[in-house]
Design a protein around this ligand. Structure first.
Ligand code: C8R
Length: 250
């Protein structure tokens, strides 16, 4: 009897967690007016349902991108690498910049974990592979695919926040280095402006850092490059002051 009860409890638990997942997805999606969230959900699910969660290539999300295409926000797009918190804290307060998490697909799936299972039609939120467990895992392929799509439409003057407190602010193994930079299109993009976020107290890297030379090499001909060291406290001060125009932040 105990086994039966535990079995039912587990079943109900799993069912509830996949229900909550869809609810979270739909609630976040509906904040974006005029989007057909049921259609987007269906396109999302088909990428991984019934599949081994380590065998979901990024192309599996092509129909999702087609269902919710990225609209370019020229001169306002912001990329980041190893600066997630400071970048989002900034864009949450200053609307002159948009990160991927400020777009529909990025915000709907931010901080969520999901996967399917062979022979099952359900979405699971636990027991999924972690980021480095396998290359083609459900969540990693999603971020690779949406990052590629976001970078492809980047236009005008764009910004990237990089972490000036680490030895290699630009890494060829990050999503920014391996996916986004490679897709920047010089016919659309005028410049990439690095904001190297430094910590005042510590000895930190500066714009002469060798890894930033790699970044310049990676950029296709025709995209201008700039770099500026800006302290984290300056960024926070600027974002918490509604009067300061974005152009005066660095
Ligand atoms: N991007 C990548 N990863 C993202 C992400 C996003 O928008 N949003 C979230 N939540 N994540 P990192 P990176 C998660 O190493 O590899 C885009 C992923 O689960 O600091 O260079 C975005 O447009 C992943 O584990 O950065 C940005 O420009 C980490 O955050 C780059 O790619 C990635 O953390 C950042 O990717």
């Amino acid at each position: 009897l105990l086994i039966v009860i535990l079995g039912i409890a587990l079943g109900v638990g799993l069912y509830r967690s996949s229900e909550t997942f869809k609810t979270t997805f739909m609630n976040r999606c509906e904040k974006f007016e005029g989007s057909d969230c049921e259609k987007i959900w269906t396109a999302f699910e088909q990428a991984y349902l019934g599949k081994d969660p380590c065998e979901v290539p990024m192309e599996a999300y092509d129909p999702l991108i087609a269902a919710a295409p990225f609209e370019p926000a020229c001169n306002r797009m912001m990329f980041w690498s190893k600066t997630k918190d400071v970048a989002h804290e900034f864009t949450a307060k200053k609307h002159c910049f948009t990160t991927l998490e400020d777009t529909l697909l990025g915000s709907v799936l931010n901080d969520l974990t999901w996967c399917g299972k062979e022979g099952s039609g359900e979405t699971f939120t636990s027991g999924c592979p972690r980021w480095n467990d396998c290359d083609n895992n459900t969540v990693r392929s999603f971020w690779n695919r949406v990052s590629a799509a976001f970078a492809e439409v980047a236009c005008g003057d764009t910004t990237v926040m990089l972490n000036g407190s680490i030895a290699t602010p630009f890494s060829l193994y990050s999503i920014f280095g391996s996916i986004e930079v490679k897709r920047f299109n010089p016919e659309k993009m005028r410049s990439l402006n690095v904001v190297l976020v430094t910590q005042q107290e510590r000895n930190t890297t500066n714009c002469t850092n060798l890894s930033l030379k790699d970044l310049q090499k990676e950029l296709r001909e025709g995209i201008k490059y700039n770099c500026k060291e800006v302290s984290e406290s300056q960024i926070q001060e600027c974002s918490s002051n509604p009067e300061t125009p974005c152009g005066a932040c660095w």
